[in-house]
Each structure stands twice: as structure tokens, then as C-alpha cells.
Design a binder for this molecule. Structure first.
Ligand code: SF4
Length: 184
């Protein structure tokens, strides 16, 4: 595990989700982790378990209330979702525990200040950066000032997430992207 992970938060998540025994219990525990004073809805919980990107966004946005509220109000549709009861299975709860612990590993990983600055410098002089106002509702909520023209991500958030990568190939440095990461 990366040493920069907020160890206490990760432990709290691992402990809380070691034993989710019902959808209602999962909703409450996810609400606690997101800092809410009430449980998340079953639809949010199911969407978070089934959609890794949504779960990741919830976790990393827990301190950005407008973005978090937007995510909570509009969980993505889960294919085949009919009812809460239909998903109250051991399999779902078991995969929920695994998924949430996995998000914790990525979502709470911090990037060092030096690395953030290095990424910021690379993005600032990159031809792919777009600085005009985004038309995306989510980007507007976050008051986006710059985004990557290749992946559409908000630069300010992207450079801070440790598991993010730059999608641009650096032709002056074959095999690497503009952030100096090796391309697989
Ligand atoms: S391609 Fe890479 S360096 Fe360029 S804006 Fe996107 S993330 Fe930044």
C-alpha cells in the first residue's frame, strides 16, 4: 500500500466494510464514510458497488460538497436493477465489501506536492489543455478552469489523484507520456 494513503481512513473503511450484513447496513456505512448525516439511498449504494468509476468519484469528492451532492442525486442506472430485495444477496454484499476496500486504496491515495507541481507544469504548457468554460454540468459545478482535451478531466482534480495518468504521448520522450510516466 502507498505510504501516502490516509492510513486511519483506510482502516476505518476496511473495518466498517468487513461485515456488511444488509443493503440498509451498507447504505449507512457508505453514508458515514462520505461524511453524511444520513444513509445513502439503496440506488446510490447499488450503483457504487456495480460502477467502479461512480464509486471512485463519490469517494474522492467527499470533501467537495456540490460535486458530491450532484453525484448522490443522480446515480447512474444499473442494468437489470429491479428492486432492492432482488439485490440483497450474499454475493452482492460480498462484492460490495471488496469494491469499497478497493476504492479506498485508490481514492485516498495522495500525490506528493512535488509530483502535483510537476504535473501542473506539464499540463500548463501542453497543447491539449482547454481553458475555456466547460459545457458539462459537473465541470460547471466544480467551476472548472482547465481540462484535458484528450480525456476531458478537470486538470486541478486530475493532477492530485495518485492513480491518474496523462493520456498524451510525449514524442520527444518515446515510451512516456507528458507527465513522465511509462506507457504500457
Ligand atoms: S495530455 Fe497530459 S499533459 Fe496534456 S493536458 Fe492532458 S493530462 Fe495534461
Amino acid at each position: 500500500m502507498n505510504k501516502l494513503i490516509e492510513q486511519s481512513v483506510f482502516e476505518q473503511i476496511s473495518e466498517n466494510f468487513a461485515n456488511v450484513n444488509s443493503i440498509a447496513d451498507g447504505c449507512k456505512k457508505l453514508g458515514d464514510i462520505l461524511g453524511l448525516d444520513q444513509p445513502v439511498t439503496p440506488k446510490v449504494f447499488i450503483a457504487a458497488v456495480k460502477n467502479e468509476e461512480y464509486a471512485h468519484n463519490l469517494l474522492v469528492s467527499r470533501k467537495t460538497k456540490p460535486f458530491l451532492n450532484h453525484l448522490l442525486a443522480s446515480p447512474p442506472e444499473v442494468q437489470g436493477f429491479q428492486s432492492e430485495a432482488e439485490h440483497s444477496t450474499k454475493e452482492l454484499l460480498s462484492s460490495a465489501c471488496k469494491a469499497i476496500i478497493k476504492w479506498a486504496k485508490t481514492g485516498f491515495t495522495k500525490t506528493s506536492e512535488e509530483e502535483i507541481q510537476r504535473r501542473f507544469n506539464a499540463c500548463s504548457k501542453c497543447d491539449h489543455i482547454i481553458t475555456e468554460k466547460s459545457h458539462s454540468h459537473i465541470h460547471n459545478l466544480l467551476n472548472t478552469k482547465a481540462r484535458c482535451g484528450l480525456c476531458g478531466c478537470d486538470i486541478d482534480k486530475k493532477i492530485r489523484l495518485n492513480n491518474e495518468t496523462c493520456p498524451g504521448k510525449d514524442t520527444k520522450n518515446p515510451g512516456y507520456n507528458f507527465w513522465g510516466q511509462k506507457i504500457n
